[in-house]
Ligand binder design. Structure first.
Ligand SMILES: NC(=O)c1ccc[n+]([C@@H]2O[C@H](COP(=O)([O-])OP(=O)(O)OC[C@H]3O[C@@H](n4cnc5c(N)ncnc54)[C@H](O)[C@@H]3O)[C@@H](O)[C@H]2O)c1
Length: 332
């Protein structure tokens, strides 16, 4: 029998794709989410599967965590306020959820002897790199935003529990995501640029020469599967960057790639004005060598996929509440 995975934040942009992936592989999913962006529509398809269970509730509800995690074999932590802008807008809620509640969740899962715990962190932790060299997992962390600072704190918390019995955590530093999801986010660089160029919106590309790694949501699901299915010895207390070397892009390169597919657009301009100082290129050889993980999707394929989607849904996308497509306003 396949394992039951508790996914905190399973109703989000990455969580819905990950849930579907594991259901297709025969796992059972217990998804904890309280849909802070009124994004409950995102699990409409998942709910049809008998192996998918929604635990509607808040990560800050300790009692709920204690009663619901009890029958699970593994935990994937995705829930929280995601991104620099939303954590800047709601700093105290971010501290409550991304830091305090996440620590509690880790403590509770230790008490329940789960086989594996995966904390999804971010490559944003690398912050500002002075060089264009590829950064591996040992590179110094320079978190710039509250979002990344909390991620680093949780990473440190997990690693400080090294001698805890029956605790098998893995930290995954995800690249910036792209690709389609039932809970679409058009506030992420590749998705956002593709949508804006497709709709011929006027926009300025800030920090156009800064590097960032990108990864398709479906590739994240695959990476999580590799961790869950690997021998504990290979994953316990390990940190992995998740992505692929060929998907390190500058914002200018992303824009040019989109413009090759949708040419003749005079609405886009480039500037090197510093709006977001993050600049880092990341090395993904550790996850490749240790867990045999390789990305399947290129940035180009992700862009093509979004364009095809926009072609069929143009009217709906332009007409709907922007908050449904990104992390802007919390509606608790
Ligand atoms: N999207 C990216 O580019 C990216 C990159 C690196 C790391 N990550 C990490 O991946 C994870 C998922 O990101 P995402 O893009 O899917 O974000 P998302 O905002 O779409 O999903 C987060 C989910 O968590 C839920 N949630 C928030 N607070 C909650 C609470 N108190 N109780 C219960 N549920 C709560 C939300 O309702 C939402 O469904 C996050 O941990 C994020 O830091 C994302």
């Amino acid at each position: 029998m396949k394992n039951r995975i508790f996914i905190a934040g399973g109703g989000g942009y990455i969580g819905t794709v990950v849930s579907k992936h594991f259901l297709n592989k025969g796992y059972k999913i217990d998804c904890l989410d309280n849909f802070i962006y009124k994004n409950s529509f995102s699990i409409d398809e998942l709910k049809k599967n008998n192996d998918f269970k929604l635990i509607y509730g808040d990560l800050r509800n300790e009692k709920l965590l204690k009663t619901s995690i009890i029958n699970c074999d593994a935990l994937i932590i995705l829930a929280g306020l995601v991104g620099d802008p939303i954590t800047k807008k709601y700093p105290s809620l971010s501290t409550d959820i991304n830091l305090n509640a996440t620590k509690k969740l880790i403590d509770i899962s230790i008490q329940n002897n789960l086989k594996k715990i995966i904390f999804v962190s971010t490559c944003s932790n690398y912050g500002l790199s002075e060089t264009d060299e590829l950064l591996d997992e040992n590179a110094p962390l320079k978190p710039l935003s509250l979002y990344a600072k909390h991620k680093v704190e949780i990473e440190k918390y997990i690693l400080s529990l090294k001698n805890t019995k029956n605790f098998h955590p893995t930290i995954l530093r995800f690249s910036t995501a792209f690709g389609l999801s039932p809970r679409m986010r058009f506030d992420l660089t590749i998705n956002q640029f593709t949508k804006s160029i497709f709709l011929k919106e006027k926009f300025e590309v800030f920090d156009s020469n800064t590097w960032r790694p990108y990864c398709h949501v479906k590739d994240f699901a695959l990476a999580l599967e590799r961790v869950l299915e690997a021998d504990q010895k290979k994953t316990s207390f390990e940190v992995f960057n998740v992505g692929g070397d060929k998907n390190n892009f500058t914002k200018k390169q992303i824009t040019e790639t989109i413009l090759k597919i949708i040419p003749n657009n005079d609405n886009v301009s480039f500037t090197n004005k510093i709006f977001d100082p993050r600049n880092y290129r990341v090395d993904f050889s550790k996850i490749n060598q240790k867990l045999n993980f390789e990305i399947k999707y290129s940035v180009e394929e992700g862009i093509e996929e979004i364009i095809q989607h926009l072609k069929s849904y143009k009217k709906k996308i332009t007409g709907l509440d922007q908050n449904l497509y990104g992390n802007y306003i919390i509606k608790l």
